[in-house]
Design a protein around this ligand. Structure first.
Ligand code: AMP
Length: 503
């Protein structure tokens, strides 16, 4: 069936002006204005050739979260393109990797974020389009409206895994529709909702759960370029949101900001937070002490859910009814989910095993990686690599099947990718990266290293060196210099034995 977000947005043209589609503090856009802006972006993209549509060509999106980012995404789709959201936190090397791997033909960019694109533009002929200039195009166009199919690729999300380099997750228009419809139903979204968006927009949490579900529902979305705790507390009153969604690290920071505030502010903050109808946490385990403290401060029992770039959201505590601390609830509408043993046999209540997922929200495969795609599925089920247990129908996550995947501040990180970079440091001869448990970050990136004779290494200097090569959340915040890493008889580093080094 032909379908685009555009079809759905058209239906929202009548949403009253006092409920804008998107707002980033520079002024709100109604749905009609957002449609117009996205048509201008499409016109600029198409003016570079391919007048009849981009036909799935990859277009990078390197724009701060705000009105322009949303118009950019919709503009890419309306031109028939395949959007590749790029992480703002990434250094030039990682941006170049994403542009190369995705084989992007063009990129929409904000003026301030242009510098890292100069080299790819020169070296690989990437067409760089300033989003502000595109928004001033003369005639809005939308070549692909009505022509995009469910199976057509919509979003390419880069995610770290058990390989040394991030892989692109291909989400089709049909996948996105299944994901947003499921959340709309489960969390009761309506056009009366208003949500604050403070998450980075290179990840499904911010893109799908917040921005796209808001647009799909005809609700309004107030976007901020980055998270700031005091701004959010004040926005609970000033912006009158009904919904808020974030990672556990953000809730931890909000708690600390509340505790540092004056008595009068604390009273105002708590009163404002109570007016929201729903607050959601996900992307990493929500520590029960954070859930309890949040309940004391705001009266909200955070709704914890579980999902992944490859599958969208899969499990959720209920909108109505008991939310169980430490659990991630039951399968969302449209999601088939089971727990299996190492052979792929389904397990019952009370037995722990790997989570497998199936359904229309699940991606088709990794971008140009048929082997990785084949390895990720078993008999049509996507193997998440997460270990869980079901008790009386309710699921609880127990960890991951690989020690090489870390979650820090809600960002998924590959230990192998960081190790590959560390090995290029002149003082490091060998290294191993692990995650160490941390109440604020979920896990912290910790590096155990062997160093070359006569060399020395300090954490600050290593961090400065890493920041030029890795996104800041991947940079180790713990360092242990050791004479010899613990190895097994085959010479493989025994990562579980590293944890005590960082206690
Ligand atoms: P990403 O693809 O970056 O969204 O990362 C997905 C991974 O985040 C999952 O495979 C889980 O390991 C983890 N995750 C997501 N939600 C939760 C949660 N509520 N509790 C624990 N881990 C989670």
């Amino acid at each position: 069936m032909a379908w685009t977000f555009f079809d759905r947005l058209l239906a929202h043209r009548e949403v009253p002006k006092d409920r804008p589609a998107v707002d980033d503090g520079r002024g709100a856009w109604t749905y009609a204005e957002l449609l117009d802006a996205s048509g201008r972006i499409a016109a600029t993209l198409l003016a570079g050739g391919g007048g009849s549509g981009l036909d799935g060509a990859r277009v990078g999106l390197l724009v701060e979260p705000g009105r322009d980012w949303v118009a950019g995404l919709l503009g890419i789709w309306r031109a028939g393109g395949f959007a590749v959201p790029i992480a703002l936190a990434h250094p030039e090397r990682e941006i170049a990797y994403v542009l190369d791997d995705s084989d992007a033909v063009s990129a929409l960019v904000s003026t301030a974020l242009r510098p890292p694109l100069e080299t790819p533009a020169r070296e690989r002929g990437l067409r760089v389009i300033d989003v502000a200039e595109a928004l001033s195009a003369e005639t809005p166009t939308a070549a692909a409206d009505g022509q995009v199919d469910d199976a057509d690729p919509a979003l390419l999300i880069y995610t770290s895994g058990t390989t040394g380099t991030p892989k692109g997750v291909v989400l089709s228009h049909g996948n996105l529709r299944a994901q947003v419809e499921s959340l709309e139903q489960a969390w009761g979204w309506t056009a009366d909702d208003r949500i604050l968006e403070v998450l980075p927009l290179h990840h499904v949490h911010g893109i799908v759960n917040v921005v796209l579900t808001s647009l799909w529902s005809g609700a309004s979305c107030r976007l901020y370029p980055r998270f700031d705790a005091e701004t959010v507390w004040r926005a609970f009153a000033g912006e009158r949101p009904t919904l808020f969604m974030a990672v556990p690290t953000i809730y931890g920071r909000l708690v600390r900001a509340w505790e540092a505030a004056s008595e009068a502010d604390r009273v105002a903050y708590s009163a404002a937070a109570r007016t929201l109808r729903l607050m959601v946490s996900g992307s990493a385990a929500l520590p029960v002490p954070v859930l309890e403290r949040w309940r004391e401060l705001t009266g909200h029992t955070l709704l914890e859910r579980y999902g992944m770039s490859e599958i969208g959201m899969a499990l959720s505590n209920p909108l109505d009814g008991d939310r169980i601390p430490g659990s991630v609830g039951r399968p969302l509408p449209g999601v088939q989910l089971r727990i299996v043993d190492a052979e792929g046999l389904e397990l019952g209540d009370g037995e722990s095993g790997e989570v497998e997922v199936k359904g229309p929200a699940v991606f088709d495969g990794y971008w140009r990686r048929p082997d990785a795609t084949r390895d990720a599925f078993r008999a049509g089920w996507f193997q998440t690599g997460d270990v869980a247990i079901r008790e009386a129908g309710v699921y609880r996550l127990l960890g991951r099947s690989s020690v090489d995947i870390l979650k820090t501040g809600g960002e998924k990180v590959s230990a192998l990718e960081i190790e590959a970079v560390l090995r290029r440091h002149p003082a490091i001869s060998e290294c191993a990266v692990v995650g160490v448990a941390d109440i604020d970050w979920g896990q912290r990136v910790a590096a155990a290293v062997e160093i070359e004779d006569g060399e020395s290494l300090e954490l600050d200097a290593l961090r400065a060196w890493c920041k030029e090569r890795l996104a800041v959340y991947k940079v180790p915040s713990r360092l242990a210099v050791v004479d010899a890493l613990p190895r097994n008889a085959l010479g493989k580093v025994q990562k579980p034995r590293l944890a005590p080094l960082f206690e």
